[in-house]
Ligand binder design. Sequence first.
Ligand code: NDP
Length: 420
Amino acid sequence: MNGFSKYYQKDRQTRLNILVEQQKLSSAEVEKLAQAELDFELGDTMIENYLTQYQLPEGLALNYVIDGKEYLIPMVTEEPSVIAAASHGAQLVKKSGGFKAQVKERLMIGQIVLEQVSDAPTLAKKIKQQQDKLLTLANEAHPSIVSRGGGARELNVRILAPDMLSVDLVVDVKEAMGANMLNTMLEACAKYLEEELAVEVLLSILSNYATRCLVKVTCELPVENLTKGEISGAKIAQKIASASRLAQLDPYRATTHNKGIMNGIDAVVIASGNDWRAVEAGAHAYAARDEQYRGLSTWKLKGGKLCGELELPLPLATVGGSVSIVPLVKINQRLLELEDAKELEKIVAAVGLGQNLAALYALVTDGIQKGHMKLQLKSLAVSIGAKPQEVSQVVEKILAKKARDSATAQQILAEIRGNK
Ligand code: NDP
């Protein structure tokens, strides 16, 4: 994307100015980015016992080309290497044409769980026969979603135990995440079931295991594009494929593999105002869908190409919850040039796969610490009291030392200050 070359080397004001020059944001919006703060009334409306803002840095991931469109992706994270790695993974993929993404359906599932059931198969059949009535009741409980083209679509019954049933309502929530609208619909249906069938309702709530809201993202890289110095691209590709296999075999590695993917995913989910706990819960449940916890992404060698794939549930919204009220979220949606929630799902999944590629690439070449270290040392310098103008000197000097701990950093800082 023009104007974003060496973006990381520019000062903050220049980075903000580039957004205006490149017509990504207006001057007024950039002014808001520069001074972003929640006002007291908004914070006090959003949560109980509001005190202040807990701030995290927001930056831009670059190089993301998804289905032929290039994106600037706002990410909110406290981990120093995340945005650099996400941009590096995307750069490798961009050279090979970018990511491809698919969202087949965007439906949310909610449960009404019945307990103390005496004849589960007969009750399941009876409830299924009432499907049309229950769908109508659900839609009457939240009519505005029907007028937006959404609403309740299916009703399924699962027998969880001889005495326990789950009645699953499947709803098209359009641009929302749907938790509140589903919960309202579920409670209306639960009341009807209690009154008409004299059943015992245990609870009614949305399920975060959003298996009808899946997104799949893929990419293909000719192995020669992975070459690093003396190490051939073919060798690196083979090692990445082996690391991916390892994450399918071993839950100890799979957990860390997926943590790396979620580094990217959570950062964009937070920047887009969405519920990252919902995304985390669904992603990890999906990683264990065949009863072993596995890596969410896979990398395979096929005909001279390294082929990556990531599929996971991403129940994201462009409206509702805090999306509609936090001012910075609107600006982030503008930076993303977002059309709808499906597009947001594709972007978030692509960042997950790009982040994963960068992590595996580092792991099988230099090791994770080389790239991380400089960025982590910046945080160490700040933590021992280095001023912004002293940080790079502390980092340079500590890199030459064997011990890279806070005592060494303090000693270096004292020397720098003593030398002035
Ligand atoms: P809201 O309650 O904010 O509902 C979304 C609202 O967006 C709807 O009421 C709808 O208004 C409005 N809207 C405007 N345009 C559209 C459109 N195009 N498509 C759909 N809706 C539109 O949020 P959700 O129901 O989405 O719930 C999400 C919130 O619930 C999050 O904050 C989440 O953290 C929280 N939550 C999560 C739970 C979980 O994950 N288990 C449980 C409980 C809450 P209108 O009424 O006019 O149609």
